[in-house]
Design a protein around this ligand. Structure first.
Ligand code: SAM
Length: 248
């Protein structure tokens, strides 16, 4: 009997190996993660995250789970709107950087609370029907069993709750697609080496983007998990996409 394998970038590995190696990637990049995001996207990730949070429309007093929340970029934006945010991530080093940033940040008077907790998206410790919204930004790509994570998202949402996912996707604009391929294959790993001293982690990043299902397929996965009224909004021809769905 052949053992089940999943993709870690372009390699096929066992599920346990994938989870372990994704862990290594984020442990390795945690301290340089924020600076690398600015360098790699020329600051554009900030605009994508702003747009994402505008779509989520966090409201004062809402309970929102920001899964794979890492160093807190999405969580801080949502807390600034007055929502109470639980930042969950499988990687303690990423959460530690997030918690340090939370201490340093100047929050407005109406900012909601922030809690950091180490969790695997595939098996979340929260009770069913807990959250008004579930967000996951640049995270689901790294999860070993995406279908399990989507089912858990549905479970922890209250009826009427909303799911929002921001993720790199498949560039559909000719010209941009070719340029992006060269950029991610050649430039990204070199940038990772120069800034974070880590080419391999950024090679994994590029490969994991290529391996991620195209927009209609991922939307179908969200529907299959049980979400209704699913929608996908491509940004820059699909370089990044916002997927959403509702628990009814
Ligand atoms: N959401 C943050 C942002 O947009 O800046 C961080 C995104 S970072 C690219 C991906 C995060 O996913 C990492 O912090 C990693 O530890 C987390 N992650 C990977 N697999 C996970 C899992 N199974 N459960 C929870 N978090 C996971």
């Amino acid at each position: 009997m052949t053992e089940e394998t999943v993709s870690f970038g372009y390699e096929d590995v066992t599920p346990q190996e994938k989870t372990r190696r994704v862990g290594e990637v984020f442990t390795s990049v945690a301290r340089k993660y924020d600076i690398m995001n600015d360098a790699m996207s020329a600051g554009m990730h900030r605009l994508w995250k702003d747009k994402f949070v505008r779509r989520v429309k966090p409201q004062p007093g809402e309970q929102i789970l920001d899964m794979a929340g890492g160093t807190g970029d999405i969580a801080f934006r949502m807390a600034d709107k007055g929502a109470d945010i639980t930042v969950a991530d499988i990687n303690q080093e990423m959460l530690d950087v997030g918690a340090e940033r939370a201490m340093e940040r100047e929050e407005s008077e109406r900012a909601g609370s922030l809690v950091f907790t180490c969790q695997n998206a595939e098996e979340v410790s929260f009770a069913s029907n807990t959250f008004d919204a579930y967000t996951i930004a640049f995270g689901i790509r790294n999860v070993t069993f995406k279908d399990r994570a989507l089912k858990e998202a549905l479970r922890v949402l209250k009826p009427g709750g909303r799911f929002y996912c921001l993720e790199f996707s498949t560039v559909e604009w000719p010209g941009l697609r070719e340029a992006y391929d060269v950029y991610s294959d050649k430039v990204l790993p070199r940038m990772g080496q120069a800034i974070a001293g880590d080419a391999d982690s950024y090679r994994y990043l590029a490969e994991s983007i290529r391996k991620f299902p195209p927009m209609p397929e991922f939307e179908r996965m969200i529907r299959d998990a049980g979400f209704a009224n699913t929608k996908v909004e491509p940004i820059l021809g699909g370089l990044v996409a916002i997927h959403s769905g509702w628990k009814i």
